[in-house]
Design a protein around this ligand. Structure first.
Ligand code: GLN
Length: 534
């Protein structure tokens, strides 16, 4: 039987609920439990795929092609699990299926209401995690206790726990214990009030995880236990980490959060094995090879979360090469102003990530050219590959006006064009080429060497592709097509020969990188960056 952990948040947002949930999953997994994860988001978009990264950070794509919340990235990276369409439900998705069913006559004769119909639909979403292969399902509720819009989710988990029973499910509440500078003290009151809000809707947390910037004292913990109705040993401190988010699971383990959970769920406390994680963290804290600096040329640079998985994957590749990766985020439009030598001075590699729309594209193309002409290790991802193809067509093949039809529908040389399968699609939500597809690698290329494989599977999120009409001409001029779809029709990877590392892919490798298993293409980039640094 699958048991459940529900994680809620209180006091303020941005406490790192996703990282806490992911850390708990990782700890339970390291005790031999099979864990699945899920995030419930209170907003009305059916999924975050239609939102700007400025609104929501990156859109994380699952293997089965769901466009989801970036917390799922933490789940996969920390716990090494594979999320799916069942791992992310929004209010929009819940309502849309209830309303669809209503129109089909599924509730004929009845009045359709938030309770019980919406809450039942939420409970069904939670129950969809049940499987013979899952011992523990962790469900994180987005938003903060007290938000109007998350109420149906909280009511649903309250009912779920009531029906499922004590010892089969538990509530974990992540809260803030702020340090008030003027008083020189940590304050427990906001947490007490947040738990009060939950209690008002019938949820009594079993475990309290307290985010704080300085360590709590025993009397803080006792006070919280007493006033929040939580056993003292279940009040856990989660201090700000100094160096790496990957310290969080070890900090939580030190306080026995996994033991608390297993006791509460009546599950045996199997031996935990954290050796690999500790070794990995050791490398993060004390890399042997110093630092390399990678420029990331994007259009949502002001918001770190917009390229979350890219930065994480670069760090993982740093771990694999025992080097600290420093980021130089560059706003693509800045490159239009020139002063390139200054902008790129001292960088050991250039990465151009994915994106949509024409803002920033000229700057990205400039970055590609700079990397190509100066022999700086380069990695292009999705739009980054498309920019690399456009740049090559323009500046090597002399097709001056080469472009993607996304930016210039009447381009004389549409080297990137809308995919055939996209031509009849008008609706925007969930209609891109999404999720994992196989890709065949050409032997002897950098791609094949990096992967040490002939066929790979990677996740996609795009509508445009390399226009194969130009394939011969570009290949003749020296562009190497290193990966294609198995039928050979879609170009999935390109690279250059006479360059230390110039590799680009149509898919998003960043989604499959984890700290324990860096992605081969990122590892290749960082290895090349190290060599370039000399
Ligand atoms: N805008 C491009 C396309 O739709 C690239 C997408 C991306 O970078 N994810 O094909």
């Amino acid at each position: 039987m699958t048991k459940h952990i529900f994680i809620t948040g209180g006091v303020v947002s941005s406490l790192g609920k996703g990282i806490t949930a992911a850390s708990v999953a990782m700890l339970l997994k390291s005790r031999g439990y099979r864990v699945a994860m899920q995030k419930l988001d209170p907003y009305l978009n059916v999924d975050p795929g239609t939102m700007s990264p400025y609104q929501h950070g990156e859109v994380y794509v699952t293997e089965d092609g769901a466009e989801t919340d970036l917390d799922l990235g933490h789940y996969e990276r920390f716990a090494g699990i594979t999320c799916s369409k069942a791992s992310n439900y929004t209010t929009g998705r819940i309502y849309s299926s209830v309303i669809h069913r209503e129109r089909e006559g599924g509730y004929l004769g009845g009045t359709v209401q938030v309770i019980p119909h919406i809450t039942n639909e939420i409970k069904a979403a939670i129950a969809s995690m049940h499987s013979d292969d899952v011992d523990i399902a962790i469900t994180e509720i987005g938003g903060t206790a007290g938000d109007i819009e998350s109420l149906p989710f909280l009511e649903a988990i309250r009912q779920f726990h009531h029906e499922f029973g004590e010892n089969n499910s538990l509530f974990m509440h992540l809260t803030l214990v702020p340090f008030i500078k003027a008083a020189g003290e940590l304050k427990t009151k906001p947490s007490q009030q947040s738990v009060g809000i939950l209690r008002g809707i019938g949820i009594v947390p079993h475990i309290l995880v307290c985010r704080c910037e300085i360590p709590m004292q025993e009397d803080h913990q006792q006070k919280l236990a007493l006033f929040c109705n939580v056993r003292r040993e279940n009040v856990i401190e989660e201090l700000d980490v100094k160096n790496s988010i990957y310290e969080v699971p070890l900090d939580l383990a030190r306080q026995g959060v996994d033991t608390c959970i297993l006791r509460l769920l009546n599950l045996p406390e199997r031996e935990s094995d954290l050796t690999k994680w500790k070794t990995m963290l050791e490398t993060v804290l004390h890399p042997k090879n110093g630092t390399v600096e990678i420029a990331v040329v994007g259009k949502y640079i002001a918001l770190r979360d917009a390229y979350k998985s890219i930065y994480e994957a670069l760090s993982h590749a740093g771990i694999a090469n025992s080097v600290k990766v420093k980021f130089r985020p560059l706003e693509a439009e800045e490159l239009d102003k020139g002063a390139l030598d200054e902008l790129f001075s001292g960088v050991n590699g250039i990465l151009v990530p994915g994106g949509f729309g024409d803002r920033g594209v000229p700057g990205k193309i400039t970055a590609v050219r700079y990397a190509r002409e100066h022999g700086i290790p380069f990695f292009g991802i999705c739009l980054g590959m498309q920019c690399a193809v456009i740049e090559f067509a323009r500046n090597v093949c002399g097709m001056e006006s080469a472009n993607s039809t996304e930016f210039d529908p009447r381009s004389e040389y549409p080297v990137i064009d809308l995919m055939e399968s996209q031509k009849t699609i008008t609706a925007k939500g969930g209609t891109m080429r999404l999720g994992a597809y196989p890709c065949v690698l050409r032997p002897g290329t950098r791609a094949a060497e990096a992967y040490r494989a002939g066929e790979i599977r990677e996740r996609h999120r795009h509508r445009y592709e390399f226009n194969t009409k130009y394939r011969n001409e570009l290949e003749k001029a020296g562009l190497v097509i290193s990966g294609t779809s198995p039928d050979g029709k879609l170009v999935e990877m390109v690279e250059l020969k006479d360059h230390p590392w110039f590799v680009a892919c149509q898919f998003h490798p960043e989604f499959k990188s984890t700290p324990l298993k860096a992605h081969p293409l990122f590892t290749g980039l960082i290895r090349a960056a190290l060599a370039y640094r000399g």
